[in-house]
Design a protein around this ligand. Sequence first.
Ligand SMILES: [Zn+2]
Length: 426
Amino acid sequence: VSGPPFDLAVRGGRFLTLGPEVADGSTLLVRGGLISGFAAKNSERPLARREIDASGRIIIPGLINAHTHAAMSLFRGLADDLPLEAWLARIWPAEAAAVSPEMVHRCTLLSMAEMLLSGTTLVADSYFFEEEVARAAREIGMRAVCGQGVLDFAAPDAPAGQGLSRLAAFLDGFSEAPLLRPAVFCHSVYACRPETLSRGHALARERGCLFFIHVAETAKEVRECVRAHGTTPLRLLERLGLLDESSVVVHGVHLDEGEVGLLAARGAALVHCPESNMKLASGVAPVGLMLKASVRLALGTDSAASNNDLDMLGEAGSAACLQARSGRALSDGEALRLATLGGADALGVPCGRLEAGRLADLAIIEPGFEALPEAPLAGQVLRAGAGRVRTVVVGGEVVVEEGRLTRIDLKEVMGKVRELARGLSA
Ligand SMILES: [Zn+2]
């Protein structure tokens, strides 16, 4: 005798699928970690091991944070009200003193708790000791792309000049797991020499993983790159042959039209981080130009220390509002698309859409103070905000249930991070 044919059924809600529309009140069915399909409202109830009643709620694909440094939740509030260069001058010494495997593990768990509770099911992290990020993701049940950081100068997990061998060791030792993928993160053109960038990119290619890099975040970065290399950061990457479908360019605030065209022509993805760009007074990325050129766009929070939070609904809302200056280039629906399908495409993970055959990653949201129940769902979701995310599913597993994490004790994680923070201010 076999059990129920499905692992999970989500019934009764309204679906914002980001793909083909599904009628209100249909039932979403999950088997083997994937979305099997939808059963119509009045059809026979398919049997599932577990059922979720989503009546009155909105079901969306899990949000995708395509760029953050999760462990930096420890430094939240440490360097507020500073532009990037002054911010880095405050953050880098703190990192040198505080970052350890234990710190990355504890603080990443806290960030992943924050992300899951606000509906994010997949994160692309870029930091040090990334094997600890993988460990945290396995514990809490979150999907993660783990980008091991490379700098030319001393990093918390490698002496000066050893970043690439540390990266190779990380990639060699990465244990396969359904939720996890390794990646390469060369910090920037100012923290890595051209040779380091080329070798980091070659390693990414060799192992079939993504190559992340901060590019053109500030005007100063661009000026100094022109002085040092005779060209802009993005054109330096092009000159080195490092722009392709495996490249994930982060920020791109100060790109001209030609550079936007280059991103599109090479098929590189760009992660837009509007709130971090605002907080550090870096500027506003030319998202309108990027959309027009069909650049592969995703959305990220960057770290909690340069943002305030890791809330992707807030980030998508900010992205939409920030485009008011360019004639509202980004609608609510488009912003939400960047935070789901755009991220899935940039990271090469088959999620981001509620559709048969995709990974069963989703979030269930309680609408907020909506007077018009028929208002477009994307706007309702953005207005509801992170605080109204009720239930979150990753790979068919319920990891947040009615606002509570199912796998870990948030209080305990918070307590362990506060212990570290006390050491920081001592
Ligand atoms: Zn960053």
